[in-house]
Design a protein around this ligand. Structure first.
Ligand code: UDP
Length: 365
């Protein structure tokens, strides 16, 4: 019997690792353990519920107001304790969070091999996204197996000298998640509210966008919304207190902009599937939207997900007010520009990445 410990802490990691937890739970000869570090609290539970996953360990690493050193130390100490108790044959981390970095570091110190899911994404700008670009490069250094979502990500790893036999292109597990959540018969009061309008979905939470960049984004969005009475927008506001304050100050009180709590995964995916377009600085949404054929204006200067840009579904619009205003207006006013971005493409595999990762791991353990 081999023990595999999956370590995650934030909503996006849970969305992308829960399908793999479920897959591993169906395999013979594997004990699957889950450690939730607590980096996110309220935002994690709806994801766990959507997949029916119950963590074996729940740490309390969350720190108020983005205290990164405190969070890093708490994850490192907490995961180290879990490793001592469970002695896994392998640990899996996902993506580029503080949990992924400090969790992998705990494994490195404890001589537990690490598999990195969603390996090889890069902007090659260490400050953007921050601290994620550092986190994922550091996780690469500490990992034995690298599960790249695309050939492009694999090439990044090979160019950095990662041994070829340790890198596998598997697709992205986010598509496994989408396959289970998007439903034809889905209903929601938000969809009724927006039934006579084009529905815009907004999210924003990146740390490097806090403060002035986020204020510029929201000013641009509000101006466009004022000028388009046939458009309604829904914005599930991230629980980071700084995001919450800025979003409510800038967008509250507009009759066609609905600010909500973060949504459950099933709700969010189904709203995304029925939206007209999406404005975001999120990473995961850049992977989900292309396969749903939804244009995404990415409010960032760089992206580690060039596949969607190359396919034409994503456009980088920076955090400048005038650029966001212009591009958002254009997509609403120019049907040809909209149609050019709305074709569904899927650079992220066949929706069975979890199965491929489980096969590779079990063959090697
Ligand atoms: N998401 C969600 N509820 C929301 C907003 C987003 O479940 O209210 C999902 C979304 O579908 C995507 C993930 O959360 O899978 C993205 O998370 P986030 O933008 O927080 O992180 P990032 O992907 O930028 O690391």
């Amino acid at each position: 019997m081999k023990t595999i410990l999956l370590i995650f802490g934030t909503r996006p990691e849970a969305i992308k690792l829960c399908p793999l937890v479920r897959e591993l739970q169906t395999r013979q000869g594997v004990r699957t353990l889950v450690c939730a570090t607590g980096q996110h609290l309220e935002m994690l539970d709806p994801v766990l519920e959507a997949f029916g996953v119950t963590p074996d360990f729940r740490l309390a690493a969350a720190r108020p107001d983005g205290d990164l050193p405190g969070l890093t130390a708490a994850v490192l100490a907490g995961v180290s304790g879990v490793l001592t108790e469970t002695r896994p044959d392998l640990a899996l981390v996902q993506g580029d969070t503080t949990t992924a970095f400090a969790g992998a570091l705990a494994c490195f110190y404890a001589h537990v091999p690490v598999g990195h899911v969603e390996a090889g994404l890069r902007t090659y700008d260490i400050d953007r996204p921050w601290p994620e670009e550092f986190d994922r490069r550091a996780v690469t250094l500490m990992s034995r197996w690298h599960f790249a979502p695309t050939e492009e990500a694999r090439q990044n790893l090979l160019a950095e000298g990662v041994p070829e036999e340790s890198v596998f292109v598997t697709g992205n597990t986010v598509l496994d998640a989408l396959r289970t959540t998007v439903r034809e018969d889905y209903v929601n009061p938000v969809l009724e509210w927006a039934a006579d309008s084009r529905l815009i979905l907004i999210t924003a939470h990146r740390r490097e966008n806090l403060g002035a960049p986020m204020e510029r984004m929201f000013r641009a969005i509000r101006r466009v919304m004022d000028e388009h009475p046939d458009v309604k927008a829904v914005y599930p506001v991230h629980l980071n207190p700084a995001v919450h304050r800025t979003a409510h100050a800038a967008l509250c009180g507009h009759s066609r902009i609905l600010l909500t709590e973060p949504m459950g995964l099933t709700d969010f995916h189904n709203l995304m599937a029925r939206s007209y377009l999406i404005l975001t600085d999120s990473g995961g949404i850049q992977e989900e939207a292309p396969s749903l054929g939804k244009p995404v204006l990415v409010m960032r200067d760089t992206t580690e997900r060039p596949e969607g840009v190359a396919a034409g579904t994503l456009k980088l619009v920076s955090t400048e007010e005038e650029t966001i205003y212009r591009e958002f207006s254009r997509l609403l006013d120019d049907p040809a520009a909209y149609a050019a971005m709305a074709g569904a493409v899927n650079p992220y595999g066949d929706g069975h990445a979890s199965r491929h990762i489980a096969d590779i791991l079990l063959e090697r353990l």
